[in-house]
Design a protein around this ligand. Sequence first.
Ligand SMILES: [Zn+2]
Length: 469
Amino acid sequence: MTKIGLEVHCQLTKLESKLFCSCKTDYRSFEPNSNICPVCMGLPGSLPILNKKAVEKASMLSIALGCKIPPKISFFRKNYFYPDLPKNFQITQYNAYGPTSIGYDGKIIIEDKEIRIRRIQLEEDPGRLVYSGSSEKTQVTLVDYNRAGTPLVEMVTEPDFENPKQVRVFLNILADLVENLGIADPYLEGAFRVDGNISIEKGNRVEIKNVGSFRDIEKALHFEITRQQSLAERGMPITTETRHWDEARKITVSSRSKEEEQDYRYFPEEDIPKIIIEKTLLDSLKKIMPESVMSKKERYINKYGIPVQVAEILSSDKFYSDLFEQAHTEKNAKEIANLITTDLKGFADTKEQREQLKLTPKHLSDLADSILGNKITRNSGKVALQEMMKTGKTLSEIISSLDLGHVEDESSLVKTIEEVFIEEQKAVSEAKQDPDTINYLVGKVMRKTKGKANPSLTLDIIRKKLDSQ
Ligand SMILES: [Zn+2]
């Protein structure tokens, strides 16, 4: 069985200042090495002061992911030498002597599968190495410390994922969550970085390090499954190692394994006292937190009878669920959920698509009501939706300009069906023997009416006609 575990790093990009000093979190807008101070540079004599807002944001995330929060949190030094780390240690959290990281033992349900969260820790980002060209072939490496000290949370899951798709769903929910909670902008370059651990049946564990996009981590995991399976089939060993995702070639590549096997010599960061997390703080955070994806999903299922899978897609993306919330009424909720998840999805998934979208909640609401009121068929509805997205015209404008309205009335529908019965005598006699072939006739009618016939009415009339013959 394939087992996948994740380590997800998410910068707290919505905070004003870094984790232990007053330099800006928005390091991207600065000239290299201009957003720094003695604290984030680790100069002798400087003292870190913990950003209270970072603790609050990380607590919110812990609550949202069903984690326990210890009464006291503490920080550790993770020691290693690398040019991007000016202090030669990273201040992070470590559960060596019982849980003292901001969250532990959480869980989240993905497609009816429980994914356990081992821990959530608050830590600082290192600086950034800038290469001229690729990192292997570069002659020059530049160091930019603007990022050093940027607050981030690392979320570590148990190896509970069985396939890359579950990973993608999880990451989408997570991205939505941090956006919802005002913690981070998940679309900002470098804000989300993922490491994946993956092993197939009886195989060793392989780690894929530092993948910057959700689409790429899914591809990297797929690639690893295929690579490991083909090794196993040929009786070759799967080595425990760290691999990198080569974006250009779309493959994982082995990294020099030695550099990863380090002893970080964790020890307590005595410059930061243990921080007491008051229950009153957690209670007040819970009050201001927006509805979680999970409870949103349950509400959609229980209140509106929206199917589980549709509710999952709808609730896991804030853009779509906001649109749903603004557009729906009790009566048309199911239809709107359907329109968003089957007809709109795919056309409004990226930031660029969303910026160009001319669709408003009223468009969706009008369209759903017209479909439910039999004023327009679902097929024509699809066409109208496309037009709304592109032009922003109202439904009535679109119906008249594209001649979409007017569902075939029953008498003219009967006439069309009679024509089809005459033209398709062979299919008619087949349908009499085998009801499964009726859809062929329905399709013919739909084509003749240019998709304007009501499919269920068409099916009823055809069935009756077949029975009476
Ligand atoms: Zn600083």
